[in-house]
Design a protein around this ligand. Structure first.
Ligand SMILES: *Cc1c(COP(=O)(O)O)cnc(C)c1O
Length: 415
């Protein structure tokens, strides 16, 4: 059971070429620093927005939100044309039809197109809107639009666990909001269903079993080890870990290799949506991390790392940051960079061990430039680099040097 570092790109497919392991963690990696208290002002989060239920992934939370809003066969859900499969699969699972609306070049929703789509389809129940990369949508306007048209708002905070807008935490504008815990915390599974407007009493969750709990504790620890974190613990645990691996191999052999899935289809990609996890509570370890990891520190470091990347990479030839500035109240998930020659650069970075990702690399079948040219362009051209709180300064330095070298390599910017 060798674990590869968690890959936060939900849309990766199994067919992707095999690249060497990333040289630095793509997602938060467990270390003792994670528990240090940050300084600076408190950082608002989706957990301040309302009642919460802790499930095993963001996509499960989307499915529960749709169920809470009574979405079923014959209904239509307005979803953004810039998306990953894990946003659409729960809609299809609910029996509803996704209707893709346009977004603008800066990822803001196209309200005119939403209005046109709404007028053209008789049975729209819900509008799903995503705060891409941590940058909020015009949420008060979306809220007012939904209220005026009698539809519900589902706020996708998978990229915006932290943040505020117009004096309110992100996640408080929607009828329901969802988050993906593993994009922000050093955990292997986790999603939140939150509502500032509706009771969540109907959402009943059960523990997923001891095997799941153990695995969800060990995976983040092993991932931390893989990136040189927790060196003392690593030495202490070397023997018990080896024993655990041996036991696992033994069980697997006895069951002729048919070990039941212990982990949900989480952000590792390619897993799809499995309704078996709709009734399962997030692991004890993940829920503990939600309490133990300092949001102040997380928020401050994410901003600092983002600005460092913005400064160092924003003026490279053929590259520009997707967002011109980092507004107050934004605590980014990643640093999105718009590139003129994205394919070659993506490939080159992956081969050198840079954990670059491409949100929305694979659009839902039928979503093409005719549906939304901006979404197709964004999904091709915007590469994302990690800026999470568990990156070390020298790791970011190496990443910057490597990206610069890749962009400035002969022939690269000529394209
Ligand atoms: C990752 C992601 C999700 C789903 O979250 P999982 O925890 O991977 O199921 C939903 N929306 C967006 C925008 C995402 O990036």
């Amino acid at each position: 059971m060798r674990l590869s570092p968690a890959n936060p790109d939900a849309s990766a497919v199994p067919m992707a070429p095999a690249y060497p392991p990333a040289r630095l963690p793509a997602a938060p990696a467990l270390s003792l620093d994670a528990f240090r208290r940050g300084d600076g002002p408190p950082v608002p989060s989706i957990l301040d927005a309302g009642q919460a239920r802790f499930v095993t992934s963001g996509r499960v939370a989307i499915a529960l939100a749709l169920r809470g809003m009574g979405v079923g066969p014959g209904d239509t859900v307005l979803v953004p044309a810039y998306h990953c499969a894990s946003m659409i699969e729960p809609v299809v699972w609910a029996g509803a039809a996704p209707l893709f609306y346009r977004i603008q070049a800066d990822t803001a929703v196209d309200l005119d197109d939403i209005a046109a789509k709404l007028a053209g389809a008789g049975n729209v129940r819900v509008l799903m809107a995503t705060n891409y990369f941590g940058f909020h949508q015009p949420l008060p306007a979306l809220r007012a639009f939904c209220d005026a048209h009698g539809i519900r708002l589902l706020e996708d905070c998978a990229h915006s666990f932290l943040g505020e807008h117009a004096g309110r935490p992100l996640g408080s504008f929607g009828d329901y909001a969802i988050a993906s815990t593993m994009k922000f915390y050093p955990v292997y599974e986790g999603g939140c269903l939150v509502s500032a407007r509706h009771r969540l009493d109907g959402v009943r969750l059960q523990p997923a079993g001891i095997g799941f709990e153990v695995k969800m504790l060990l995976n983040p620890i092993e991932n931390g080890f893989a990136y040189g974190r927790l060196p003392l613990l690593r030495r202490l645990l070397a023997l018990p870990m080896a024993a655990q691996h041996a036991a696992w191999r033994f069980i697997k052999a006895r069951r002729h290799g048919t070990v039941p899935a212990l982990a949900p289809g989480s952000s590792e990609g390619g897993f799809g949506f499995d309704p078996a996890w709709l009734t399962k509570r997030s692991s004890f370890f993940s829920r503990l991390m939600l309490r133990a990891v300092s949001r102040r520190r997380m928020g401050a470091l994410r901003r600092r790392h983002y600005l460092r990347l913005h400064e160092a990479l924003g003026t490279l030839p053929g590259c520009r940051p997707l967002f011109a500035s980092l507004p107050d109240g934004v605590y980014p998930w990643v640093f999105p960079l718009r590139c003129a020659a994205p394919e070659a650069l993506f490939h080159r970075l992956k081969e050198t061990g840079v954990p670059v990702i491409r949100f929305s690399e694979f659009l839902w079948p039928g979503v093409d430039a005719g549906v939304c040219a901006n979404s197709v362009d964004l999904s091709r051209r915007v590469l994302q680099l990690p800026c999470h709180q568990d990156l070390r300064d020298e790791e970011i330095g190496w990443m910057i040097d490597t990206v610069r070298a890749a962009v400035l390599a002969p022939g690269e910017h000529a394209r």
